[in-house]
Design a binder for this molecule. Structure first.
Ligand code: PEP
Length: 251
């Protein structure tokens, strides 16, 4: 089964619009020949600048969250419809920083996934265990539960617009990467969970990324794993040369 690799950057709360344009302009020639899909996940205020900067390239633009309602009294929120209307293609949902600091739960992640798919966006759905959960031997249960709840109500056809990012929370922004074997083991488990929810064909074609301190030095080994189909990259995505090395490693 040949799946397309997707390398996505999560800039988190970094870069203003001017800096975003500069970063993308630096990145463009470095990934011009990429055979994988390349996506940059930028803060809301950078979306217009990023969409403008990627024009004429194959680089996709992601938002880092969206609300589940189309509009209404939700001060400070941005809807999936709003993102779609401006030309955004992707949205990162359920990132552990949203779950840890901003109260996202499996249920609200499910609602966001539903809204994003209804609006026509492609979702990058993040799942992953805390260190304590890994140490207690419940990684599989936690990740399977997060995956099942988030995908509740998502149809087989819609799964073509769902990318899953396995991001062990203990590896995010810590410099501590999962071993290639650990990453593959959980990505495989997610694939089996998808097979259980849908069927083998949906599971075989699902893009499952690894995220958590992936960098220019360790990307090749992680991406060589049979069930790892790409990466969600935080820190290293802010350095165009490093991000480009990761994109190359996916080829
Ligand atoms: C992330 O933010 O999704 C992430 C994986 O961050 P980092 O690469 O910095 O660990």
């Amino acid at each position: 089964m040949s799946r397309k690799y997707v390398i996505a950057g999560n800039w988190k709360m970094n870069k203003n619009p001017v800096e975003a344009t500069a970063l993308i302009n630096e990145l463009k020639p470095l990934v011009a020949d990429a055979s994988c899909d390349v996506v940059v996940g930028v803060p809301f205020v950078d979306l217009p600048a990023a969409l403008d900067a990627v024009k004429g390239t194959r680089i996709g633009v992601a938002a880092q969250n969206c609300h589940w309602e189309k509009s209404g009294a939700f001060t400070g929120e941005v809807s999936a419809e709003m993102l779609k209307s401006m030309g955004v293609g992707y949205v990162i949902l359920g990132h552990s920083e949203r779950r840890t600091y901003f109260g996202d739960t499996d249920v609200t992640v499910q609602k966001r996934v539903r809204a994003a798919l209804d609006a026509g966006l492609t979702v990058i759905l993040c799942v992953g265990e805390y260190l304590e959960q890994r140490e207690q031997g419940v990684t599989g249960e936690v990740v399977a539960m997060q995956t099942k709840i988030a995908l509740g109500g998502v149809s087989e056809e819609e799964m073509a617009r769902v990318i899953i990012a396995y991001e062990p929370v203990w590896a995010i922004g810590t410099g501590r990467t999962a071993t290639a074997q650990q990453a593959n083991e959980v990505c495989k488990l997610i694939r089996e969970t998808i097979a259980g929810l849908y069927n083998a064909a949906v599971a075989d074609s699902a893009v499952i990324q690894y995220g958590g301190s992936m960098n220019a030095g360790n990307a090749a080994e992680l991406l060589a794993q049979p069930d790892v189909d790409g990466g969600l990259i935080g820190g290293a995505s802010l350095k165009p040369a490093d991000f480009a090395v990761i994109v190359k490693a996916a080829e």
